[in-house]
Design a protein around this ligand. Sequence first.
Ligand SMILES: [Zn+2]
Ligand SMILES: [Zn+2]
Length: 301
Amino acid sequence: MVEVCLLGCGGMMPLPHRRLAALLIRYKGRMILIDCGEGTQLSVRQAGWGFKAIDAVLFTHCHADHIAGLPGFLLTLGNAGRTEPLKLVGPKGLADVVRGLCVIAPNLPFDVQALELSEETSIQIGGVIVENLPMTHTVPCFAYSLYVPRSGRFDAERARLLGIPVSLWHRLQHGETITHAGKTYRPESVLGPQRRGIKITYCTDARPSRKLMLFCGGSDLLVCEGLYGENEKLSDAIEKKHMIFSEAAQVAKESGSRELWLTHYSPSLKVPEEYIHEAASVFPNSFCGYDLKTAAFRFSE
Ligand SMILES: [Zn+2]
Ligand SMILES: [Zn+2]
């Protein structure tokens, strides 16, 4: 099971009733945070999942509404007694920005490691495979997909035929190769083909593209920006390198995603729900994201 909490749904600036866009993902008790604008630490607190188990923060890009909350967030982690290093991941330029922000968050009791990803890469954080795709925005910007793979079904009959002791089954099932009593047992000899995992994709501050649709392919959940709701604002969105609701819905539809949450609303968009039909008429399973919207995604096979 993968749990997702949309910490905030605002773009550009936090509002009294709308926090800045950030996403928290939890799998097997460990967490990954995406983006950390001003006040994100308050949203993390409100989500109630704690700070301690956050292994990494992924940054889509280095605009203030996505990263200015970092110093306060780091200080709060330090106050909570963190000593394990924290991984910060983002596009080129991240390390410099982090260095600057850390001037006002000195003497942290843990190491901060800034990892700049260049092109399309794949890294593993805990049991989650994180991939990035460069986007078209005014500065280097990434969309991220988080994929939790699922191994094939365990073939007990085959394990018995191969004479594998039952006490080793559990470890083989979890992908371990085991040497026992002079024999080596490999998981692939007792596991069926890989089953469908869970994929969560996050895309904000970007224009839609064919590449993005491929990248989002088959997402269980696509969290995608919709700066404006109404189709009439398309030219504004193009000029600012953002999307309107119906474009986000088009990405969801073309990519074969199962569910869409809209986020990163313009402060001028007071009631996003008034425009949900613009998205739903393109992709029926569209929903307006809201602060602390939470859902759990389970393996389907
Ligand atoms: Zn933004
Ligand atoms: Zn931006």
